[in-house]
Design a protein around this ligand. Structure first.
Ligand code: SF4
Length: 259
């Protein structure tokens, strides 16, 4: 025991990051919230739309681009190919989660402010403890791995009362990764039915939010009847800081929600 304490005090130290409340340490080349130019694009140019593998970019009235982060893979190809530099990605704005699909649409000249959890029932039930059953519904393991990262000592989501649980009967929320294949649809339905209600659905990653690259694949089934998503977390996969911030925002634990 003394050896363990000595090792902890003098060798290992405290390894959990300071985020939050400190800003997260993001890698070089991180692509966060899209930044779209307010100016009109040339009438004949549609290179970003043609390049985008998921159809995330559309031109709004006046030939101004809007970008659906729920479909975006954050590959950066649109930013690279645009001759007008009308599309770029923030290197610091990691907050991407939203309670509705509309919140995920980035438009030119927006002053982005993440939504605040106003649902008193969610704040009361899940504000201090959120037990999550994760279902990989056709995922590639990227989102699954980055959710798993939140369980490591570097991120330690348990300090906020967030815990991954093995049984849906212990879960407040199901966190779905992957586009929901036909093969996984029934398993997802059974998981949801086994959860004590009220319970919530979290779509983690572009595939779960919109189908992503597999939206039109014949194997993609989407959500079972009766399930609707309460928290959308864009990314391919979402950075752990993006996912943790979105979960805390859902719980009403961000500083703005508690002000
Ligand atoms: S970064 Fe997103 S919007 Fe741009 S091309 Fe890639 S998937 Fe499409």
């Amino acid at each position: 025991m003394l050896d363990a304490l000595r090792s902890r005090l003098f060798c290992q130290g405290f390894r959990t990051g300071k985020f939050p409340p400190a800003a997260p340490s993001l890698p070089d080349g991180f692509r966060g919230r899209p930044i779209l130019s307010g100016g009109a694009c040339p009438a004949t140019c549609a290179r970003c739309m043609e390049t985008c593998p998921t159809g995330a970019i559309v031109m709004t009235e006046g030939k101004r681009p809007s970008l659906d982060t729920g479909k975006c893979l954050f590959c950066g190809k649109c930013a690279q190919i645009c001759p007008e530099k009308a599309v770029s990605f923030s290197a610091t704005e990691y907050r991407l989660g939203g309670f509705t699909r509309e919140e995920l649409i980035a438009v030119p000249e927006e002053s982005y402010l993440p939504a605040i959890q106003k649902d008193e029932a969610i704040r009361k039930i899940a504000g201090r403890s959120l037990k999550i059953r994760q279902i990989s519904a056709g995922g590639c393991a990227a989102c699954e791995l980055d959710f798993n990262v939140l369980n490591t000592l570097a991120w330690d989501m348990g300090r906020f009362g967030i815990q991954a649980v093995a049984s849906p009967r212990h879960a407040d929320a199901v966190l779905i990764t992957g586009p929901v294949t036909h093969n996984m649809q029934l398993a997802l339905q059974k998981c949801y039915d086994a959860m004590p209600h009220p319970c919530w659905v979290i779509a983690c990653g572009s595939c779960a939010v919109s189908g992503g690259l597999y939206a039109d694949a014949p194997t993609t089934a989407r959500l079972p009847e009766g399930m609707h998503v309460d928290l959308f977390v864009p990314g391919c996969p979402p950075h752990p800081a993006t996912l943790l911030e979105a979960l805390l925002r859902f719980m009403g634990r961000t500083p703005e929600a508690q002000a």
